[in-house]
Design a protein around this ligand. Structure first.
Ligand SMILES: Cc1ncc(COP(=O)(O)O)c(C=O)c1O
Length: 358
């Protein structure tokens, strides 16, 4: 049975497994912001209609300038994308016939896009239970690679790699001819101070990819951007389809950068819930990743049967069948609203054989 590659599509999952869909389905497999979308985005909807009769700006303005201002970089170092997903596809094209180093478990799209563009992948599989970044092993393997992909914080573990570590990798890459693609789709949850973006001026061999999907709860609009050296960005811009960012997305994204209070509230809430869930899972004997994001991964003492048992109760976890190094024994849970977290814990407590939980 081939399970869907990504989370966030519960109905397809039930269909693939030939299971009846329960009356209430609660999807913990997706990891976008449980707070929903910022209020300003909701309220501005009627006004956004004015963008419909016009072609959008070819550079994704006003979004591109807003992203540049948010990070304090010049606009010509920013490329707007139809989600980070589009940018990964364009980036992968650069590595056709070359070798990419991937550190697993990690986001499966790096491999998929690279292979589809004729790149080769070298896989370094690490233990998700070990919070230490395997720096020595990575440095060694970088010598034979043209590019290193890093997901920071990592999906599915939520573990963040220190900025200093990435600087050492980038320095090594300058010496050995290895570029870095740093995916910071979840950096908003960990804190902007950990971003590698300010370091990019010293490291023309690195680019950072960001997504608006996760923090602002807008997967449906498709919006992301990448930041890198000016000539690198110019090269990718030529390869991207014209009008790749639609006019509504470009406006919504611009509002999002102003949402400081929303970001702070989100980070606080996710931190609290993550902490409570981690304690609950650890008390039940699970191994839990040291996440800094809006999701957490855990490995129960006994994994077999848990996924199906939860599905039957309408609780959809993210399976780990296609995460190398997790291979089905781990599960990822997205932080959701309080009520849903309570329901999740009740269901898991039943499975773990406990009759009470805090
Ligand atoms: C680590 C990571 N990077 C990038 C993406 C894609 O983001 P976007 O919705 O901007 O295409 C995802 C989506 O799940 C992700 O998990």
């Amino acid at each position: 049975m081939q399970l869907p590659e990504h989370g966030a599509n519960p109905l397809r999952l039930y269909e693939r497994l030939g299971m009846e869909v329960p009356d209430r389905v609660r999807d913990f497999s997706e990891n976008v912001n449980p707070m929903g979308i910022p209020e300003k985005v909701r309220k501005s909807w009627p006004e956004l209609l004015s963008a419909l009769p016009h072609y959008p700006d070819p550079e994704g303005e006003p979004f591109r300038s807003a992203a540049a201002a948010y990070h304090g970089v010049p606009g010509n170092r920013v490329l707007a994308g139809n989600g980070a997903a589009e940018l990964f596809s364009v980036i992968a094209d650069r590595y056709r016939g070359r070798t990419a180093l991937l550190i697993h478990p990690t986001f499966s799209e790096y491999r998929t896009t690279l292979l589809s563009k004729g790149a080769k992948c070298t896989d370094l599989v690490t233990d998700p239970a070990d919070p230490e970044f395997p720096e020595e092993r990575v440095l060694e393997k970088m010598s034979d690679a043209d590019v290193l992909y890093i997901c920071n914080p990592n999906n599915p573990t939520g573990v963040r790699i220190p900025r200093e570590t990435i600087r050492r990798l980038a320095e090594h890459g300058l010496r050995t001819g290895c570029e870095l693609v740093i995916d910071e789709a979840f950096m908003d949850f960990a804190g902007e101070e950990h971003s590698f973006i300010p370091d990019l001026v010293e490291f023309p061999n690195a680019v950072v990819v960001r997504s608006m999907t996760k923090m602002y709860g807008i997967p449906g609009i498709r919006l992301g951007y990448m930041i890198g050296a000016e000539d690198r960005i110019a090269g990718h811009r030529n390869a991207i389809p014209h009008w790749n960012v639609n006019g509504i997305a470009a406006r919504i994204g611009t509002f999002c950068f102003d949402e400081d209070e929303f970001r702070q509230r989100t980070v606080r809430y996710c931190g609290e819930q993550r902490q409570q869930l981690a304690v609950f899972l650890e008390e039940a004997g699970c191994t839990v990743t040291d996440s800094e994001t809006n999701y957490i991964s855990f490995r129960p003492e006994k994994s077999a049967g848990l996924f199906g048992a939860m599905l039957r109760q309408g609780i959809v976890l993210r399976h780990s069948e296609n995460f190398h190094g997790m291979d089905g024994a781990w599960f990822r849970v997205g932080i959701k609203e309080r009520e849903k977290m309570k329901i999740l814990k009740e269901a898991l407590a039943g499975w773990f054989g406990e009759d009470s939980y805090s």
